[in-house]
Design a protein. Structure first.
Length: 211
C-alpha cells in the first residue's frame, strides 16, 4: 500500500510542470470533487483521494512551482465538501435506485459496509469517512437515503472535509522538507483504517446478537 501511494504521488507531482499552476489547481480540485460528487472514487480512489492531495502539498513546497499552499489546501477542502453535498443530495432525492444501477459485486459490498458504518456511528461516520477510501464515496449518499438531518450532515461534512483536505495537503507540504512528517501521516492513515475495522467488527457483533 505504501508503494502504491508513493508511486501515484510521484506521477501526480509530474503533472505540475506540464499543466502550469492554474490548471494544476483546477485538475486537483476537480478530481477531489469527482471522487465523491460523481462517485469516481469508487473506481480510482488513489487518484481522487489521499495520494492526490498529499502530492499536491509536495508540489506546492517545490521552489518555483507557483502553487500557493493555502489556496490549494482550502480549495481541496471546499471541493471535497461540495462533492459530498452532491452525493448527499443524490441520495436524498434519488435514493437507492441511483446506487443500485451502478453497482457490481464490489460496489454492493462497499455500500453494505458503508451502511453498517453509518448506522453504527451516525454524525461521526460522516466526519471519519473522509479518511477512508471506500466510505468517503458512499457514506454521503447513504446519509441522504437515511434522511439524516441536513444541518447535522452539513456540520459533520464540513468538519471532515476541512480536516482531511487542509490537513493532508499541508502535511504533504511539510513532508517535502521533513520526511518524518510523511511517516506520521501514514501512521494516522493506519489509525483510521484500524478504526474502520473495529467499527465493522462492532456492527457485526451487534447484528449477530440481534439475530
Amino acid at each position: 500500500m505504501h508503494f502504491i501511494h508513493a508511486t501515484i504521488s510521484d506521477q501526480i507531482q509530474a503533472w505540475a510542470p506540464q499543466l502550469g499552476p492554474w490548471l494544476f489547481y483546477l485538475v486537483v480540485w476537480g478530481l477531489v470533487f469527482a471522487g465523491t460528487g460523481l462517485f469516481v472514487g469508487a473506481f480510482v480512489p488513489f487518484i481522487t483521494g489521499d495520494s492526490l492531495v498529499f502530492a499536491a502539498g509536495l508540489v506546492a513546497a517545490g521552489s518555483g512551482s507557483g502553487i500557493n499552499i493555502w489556496a490549494m489546501a482550502i480549495g481541496v477542502g471546499l471541493a471535497g465538501w461540495l462533492g459530498d453535498q452532491v452525493g448527499y443530495t443524490l441520495g436524498r432525492h434519488f435514493g437507492r435506485p441511483y446506487l443500485e444501477r451502478r453497482k457490481g459485486k464490489w460496489l454492493e459490498n462497499a455500500i453494505a459496509k458503508s451502511e453498517k458504518f453509518y448506522t453504527a456511528w451516525g454524525w461521526w461516520a460522516v466526519v471519519v469517512s473522509r479518511f477512508m477510501p471506500w466510505a468517503r464515496v458512499f457514506v454521503p449518499p447513504i446519509a441522504g437515503i437515511a434522511k439524516m438531518n441536513y444541518y447535522k450532515f452539513f456540520s459533520a461534512n464540513l468538519v471532515g472535509t476541512v480536516t482531511w483536505g487542509v490537513g493532508l495537503t499541508v502535511t504533504g507540504y511539510f513532508a517535502a522538507s521533513n520526511p518524518a512528517v510523511k511517516n506520521v501521516s501514514y501512521a494516522i492513515a493506519a489509525f483510521f483504517v484500524l478504526a474502520s475495522i473495529i467499527a465493522g467488527a462492532r456492527v457485526w457483533l451487534k447484528n449477530r446478537k440481534a439475530s
